[in-house]
Design a protein around this ligand. Structure first.
Ligand code: ARG
Length: 400
């Protein structure tokens, strides 16, 4: 069972597994909204002589079970990366295992290199779900550089598509990850041809656009008042926000394997939805809840990033978040303008915002007289500590 993208690495992997291990190879490709012709991928696999090929439409499952939990957790790795690639890997592992069991396969294989996070995510996923399956990673085994790989492909009649650029790209509904080439020089600006979902700020329209995202049960359910399933909503918002140049991310990232890398991402819908979701939480949750949830969110993002999707702690964090997030419901208005998505207003049936308490009007219900006693008690530990410490400092000075 080989996770197959149709690219050079996985195509060479098919031949290599057939040749070196005399394996009969079954390939599987998931549709995660990467906007690729999967029938062409199937044809390519079949021309390589695979036993069978599976194209699986996993878009709904991806959004429901991977993207939605990430939204609830405000998931941004190191405060910046919305985790598009990371979220897809446990799903790919799950599908590989499902089909491997159905086909009585003895091993699964993938085309990840030895330097990235994806190998960690896929291999831990497979091991956690089906420990009896062997895992092969041809790219890690064969030690070919790009030129030898192309030569190998030529010898085995693998069609090589000449690409206009030298990037390694991974894409799904939640975003696009771009690596390699000039991007590896962190002092250089990301080149324009690295982007396909967004326009540069200076080409974004001069007229701002407002979108309203509706949330229920902490996940987006409507766009500008129109009810929409998750896949359609994300797809539509990617187009709207991308046209305003929103969602470009340039990130120095700490990989689990210890490398610092420069990553470029495009995630127009993710940037808008996460911004709106976090804002809505602020009006619905108490300050105590928000402060504590920040710790949970950050740990959740780390586990998802680091290949620990199936770690029991992740399930416990999901349960915690679920318990808190039921009331995150309402609408958030975002102004989209030249690369930025700015919150302009929010409302919720569960809003804790009390106008009469908050207003500076004379008729406020806030009991201002109570603040005197409050400050006295709230500051008590600080005042006492300062008094003791300054006395000690004086004594030290006298003794010197
Ligand atoms: N650095 C990102 C991550 O670890 C992106 C990985 C992109 N993967 C790829 N095969 N191009 O999630």
């Amino acid at each position: 069972m080989l996770a197959y993208s149709g690219g050079l690495d996985t195509s060479v992997s098919v031949k290599w597994l057939q040749e070196k291990y005399k394996a009969s190879v079954i390939t599987v490709t998931l549709d995660l909204g990467q906007q690729e012709d999967l029938e062409a991928v199937r044809e390519k696999a079949e021309r390589l002589g695979v036993e069978r090929h599976y194209n699986i439409d996993a878009k709904d499952e991806f959004v429901r079970d991977y993207v939605f939990p990430a939204i609830k957790a405000n998931a941004l790795y190191e405060g910046k990366y919305p985790l598009a690639t990371a979220l897809s890997r446990p799903l790919i592992a799950r599908k590989l295992v499902d089909i491997a069991l159905k086909e009585n396969a003895t091993a699964v294989a993938h085309g990840c290199t030895g330097k990235g996070n994806d190998q960690v995510r896929l291999e831990i996923g497979v091991r956690a779900l089906a420990p009896h399956l062997k895992v092969y990673a041809p790219v890690k085994e064969w030690g070919m550089d790009r030129a030898s790989e192309i030569e190998y492909a030529r010898r085995h009649g693998i069609p090589i598509s000449v690409k206009k650029h030298a990037y390694s790209i991974d894409q799904n509904l939640w975003g696009r990850s771009v690596e390699c080439g000039i991007i590896e020089y962190p002092d250089q600006p990301p080149p324009e041809d690295a982007f396909t979902l967004t326009v540069p700020q200076e080409r974004a329209p001069d007229k701002a656009e407002t979108v309203t995202i509706g949330f229920k049960g902490s996940v987006p359910v409507s766009l500008n008042g129109e009810k929409m399933d998750g896949v359609s909503l994300i797809r539509k918002l990617n187009m709207i926000a991308g046209a305003h140049g929103i969602g470009r991310i340039d990130h120095i990232e700490d990989r689990v394997v210890g490398i610092k890398s420069r990553e470029v991402y495009e995630a127009p819908a993710a940037v808008c939805i996460l911004e709106a979701h976090k804002d809505l939480e602020k009006i619905v949750l108490t300050g105590m809840e928000i402060r504590f949830k920040e710790l949970v969110d950050s740990q959740w993002s780390y586990l998802a990033y680091a290949g620990l999707w199936f770690e029991p702690l992740k399930r416990s964090l999901d349960a915690f978040i679920e318990a808190m997030e039921g009331r995150v419901e309402g609408e958030v208005k975002l102004k989209l303008y030249k690369g930025s998505a700015m919150v302009q207003g929010r409302s919720s049936p569960f809003s804790l915002y009390d106008f009469d308490l908050a207003t500076y009007d004379a008729k406020t219900t806030f009991k201002a007289w109570a603040s005197e006693g409050f400050i006295e008690l709230w500051g008590l530990p600080t005042v006492i500590a300062r008094r003791v410490l300054s006395r000690k400092a004086c004594e030290r000075r006298v003794n010197e």
